[in-house]
Design a protein around this ligand. Structure first.
Ligand SMILES: Cc1cc2nc3c(=O)[nH]c(=O)nc-3n(C[C@H](O)[C@H](O)[C@H](O)COP(=O)(O)O)c2cc1C
Length: 185
């Protein structure tokens, strides 16, 4: 599978990092925005180490590089995931404002009818956020909020992260046991 993963400047960089790890073995193309890197400094123990790790099993693309193959509809890919996805990036996608490689690749995914999964993180949500997400949902974009369930009795933060990563993998039709399924042996 060829997957594009974008990590944008919403809280929860750990979701994106763990998703990338879970996609090892697939052909993975990653874009990490400047805002995501700034937030990673706050949320991860070692941001540089995390980026270095990503570069070992994925091709990194600069968010400002429109010469990247990802900017073109001729680059065939199976799915794009934006995890976590900021409200700014959602707004850009919902309005066709392709100002960086993330919103451009998402624009391509929509115009080419390819799978696009967004993992938004914001609270509370304003009518603007909700309208943007509804618009995208009606176009077939999967809106998968970073709101983990607690029915699996999570003990650690990584359990919460794994819940969301598992649900994204489910959407990609990748069998996984990242989280405890409801009433499942
Ligand atoms: C510490 C911190 C946490 C943030 N958390 C969120 C968030 O959870 N959701 C969100 O939509 N924006 C959040 N923002 C704002 C975005 O980072 C900002 O809108 C940025 O322009 C997003 O850019 P990008 O989508 O190109 O990465 C946060 C900013 C900071 C500094």
């Amino acid at each position: 599978m060829r997957v594009i993963l974008a990590v944008t400047g919403a809280s929860g960089v750990a979701y994106g990092l763990e998703l990338a790890r879970s996609l090892k073995g697939q052909e993975l193309h990653t874009i990490v925005t400047k805002s995501a890197k700034d937030i990673a400094k706050e949320e991860l123990e070692d941001k540089e180490k995390a980026i270095q790790e990503l570069s070992t099993f994925s091709t990194l693309h600069d968010e400002n590089n429109f010469n990247s193959p990802l900017a073109s509809g001729s680059f065939l890919f199976d799915a794009m995931v934006i995890c976590p996805c900021s409200m700014k990036t959602i707004s850009a996608i919902a309005n066709g404002y392709s100002s960086n490689l993330v919103s451009r690749a998402a624009d391509v995914a929509i115009k080419e009818g390819r799978k696009l999964i967004l993992v938004p993180r914001e609270t509370p949500l304003s009518p603007i956020h909700l309208e943007n997400m509804l618009k995208l949902s009606r176009l077939g974009v999967v809106i998968l909020p970073a709101s983990p369930g607690f029915y699996g009795n999570p003990k650690k933060i990584t359990d919460l992260v794994d819940f969301i990563v598992g649900r994204v993998l489910d959407q990609l039709s990748i069998r996984n046991s990242k989280y405890k399924r409801w009433k499942h042996a």
